[in-house]
Design a binder for this molecule. Sequence first.
Ligand code: 5CU
Length: 371
Amino acid sequence: MASLLIDIHTHLYPPSYLSLLKARKTVPYVHQPAGSSSPRLIILPSDDDPSIPQHQRGRPLDPSYSSLHLKLQFMKQHNIAASVVSLANPWLDFLPANEGAEAARMVNDEMVALGSSEKFKGKIFAFGTLPLSAPMDLIVQEIHRLQGLHKVIKGVILGTSGLGKGLDDEALDPIWHALEETGLLIFLHPHYGLPAEVFGPKLAASGHVLPLSMGFPMETTIAFTRMYLCGVFDRFPKLKMLLAHAGGTTPFLAGRVDSCVRHERAFLDKSGKLKQRRSIWEVLKENIWLDGVVYSEIGIRAAVDIVGSDRVLWGTDHPFFPPIESEETEQEWLSVKLNIEAVEKAQEPNSTSAKNILGLNAVTLLDLELP
Ligand code: 5CU
């Protein structure tokens, strides 16, 4: 019998959010090229390259980015029983301080209304969005409001920029405190990648390959490591965090982080002893979950080795990575197939651990009420 499939990494730009992007002329924005039917979604910093003609920048914005009905169609087609939908990057990071809180309420309420409707109930859940540019009391207020919407809202999605200085900024402590107190899972997701200079002058020739395959995972790895180094998980030991893309390169680099910490003079106290902190291994086993959006059995094995098979959760990244050679809507998506095969090759097909990763871990962790 086929395993229960639950998708915990799947995005949506609700219509209200797209209206915000359509009103903008700088990244992130939606551009309608003159004389062309297809609007372009310009979200990544590297998308706005003036050397690329405007009608080829970014990617075509087709209805699958904003339609929950098309999400459901995609789910049916791939036998996905339920999806935990999140607003896609760059969330509300770009909004002025006085607009963030209202926009977050609007997007979150839209997700809750959809997830509670007869058509989507038990099939669609959501991660909420935080108004990070708003005053701190309003951010904390939204976290507590989201806790009250727990039938649909199962956590929050968070980028790596924090309040502008990254996630090792102590000014974020009230947010960590509220998230720890409410028990909401944090889904840490990249957006900004690495500076374009890292990828060199030929960046545009390979489109999104370098920013998405290298920039995104390194961004997540660095953001989590900065949180670890500044003691977030020591100050807030009950935080629960799901790292996108199987933690970027965290499983591979955790040993190096650990060793560097244990050899770092900056961490010695006055008596020359290393200051007490939880080890990165402990944090990974107790605070961290990893998604399975890594497209290879090697990546899934590494994720399982580092956090355990009960802490890896399957996802698709829909609507990103659609098939590119045909627009035939009934077609199975290669990106979905690769992520299922990765789990089934890394673990035995139909084994308890494969079933856990493909769906059961999500049901337990997020307390999903399925029909
Ligand atoms: O293809 C992409 O650019 C993306 C993106 O921006 N965000 C995401 O979650 N996946 C793919």
